[in-house]
Write a protein that binds this ligand. Sequence first.
Ligand code: MBD
Ligand code: FE
Length: 308
Amino acid sequence: MTDLTTSPDIEAFLDKISGVDNPQAEGAPRTKQIVRKIIADLFDTIDRFDVTEDEFWKALNFVAAGAPEFGLWAAGLGFEHFLDVRMDLKDAAAGVPPGTPRTIEGPLYVGGAPLVESGARIDDGSDAGEALIMHGHVRDLDGKPVPGAVVDVWHANTKGNYSYFDPSQSDYNMRRRIKADADGRYEFRSIVPSGYSVPPGGSTDQILKAVGRHGNRPAHIHFFVRAPGFRHLTTQINIDGDPFLHDDFAYATRDDLIPPVERKSDPADIHAAGLNAPFAQIAFDFTLTPASQAQEEVLSERPRVLVD
Ligand code: MBD
Ligand code: FE
């Protein structure tokens, strides 16, 4: 902190701005402390970098205009990954046994996708990408199948775009909730997605360019996996071989979340899969951790799109 930020006058000013100086007045103490800390850090930044009045108002207006992309800021500026890092550390400290690693949700989930049986096709057939069959089991920590599990999957098309946010796609294209069968097995058919890029020229793109970064994600598939009695799991897998695999603008790649992609071109395999061209196959098992409180079974309260 600069000398000015920590001067008695500014410390007292910060106490007033944040209500910290008035414990009798309404407002939660923690809220006051958080507000104080955020403002103090920004005051300190202004002072340390000698931010001018022009720069301050330019920044304020940039933030205001950038609000529609705040979900992308959270991903690209590492906040989502940082929350994961903290949850991982807390779990480790509490001795929670590790199941499939979590990784960020991202801003493009849509709730209320059709609930379908294992084996369903989840793309609408309009994207002539490479067919993909993904399958595996949902298991508990002992390796026992979890029959009641639901695998909520969502991913982009070959342009890196997601249905709903890309109005040219059909409703719920590449979004489904898949019921694991009695053996805890899930399977779905889709197409291999491409990586996502932030909207060119948007506020996220501008920030990233300003610090010499790009706004690309490697190709990936998102999952929420839930079952009664188990912790809600938010995770993704990456498509191995993607040039951005270890250069994700959202920092979501994790070593245990890069399953091998098998290329199937044997006519017998193609026929058995009900396809007529070579396809990709990914096997991936999810391991769920038992919930110790009911709250752990449900999704976080992040505001999300819900269509149904
Ligand atoms: C995505 O598809 C995504 O998963 C994240 C985290 C951010 C932007 C787009
Ligand atoms: Fe995504």
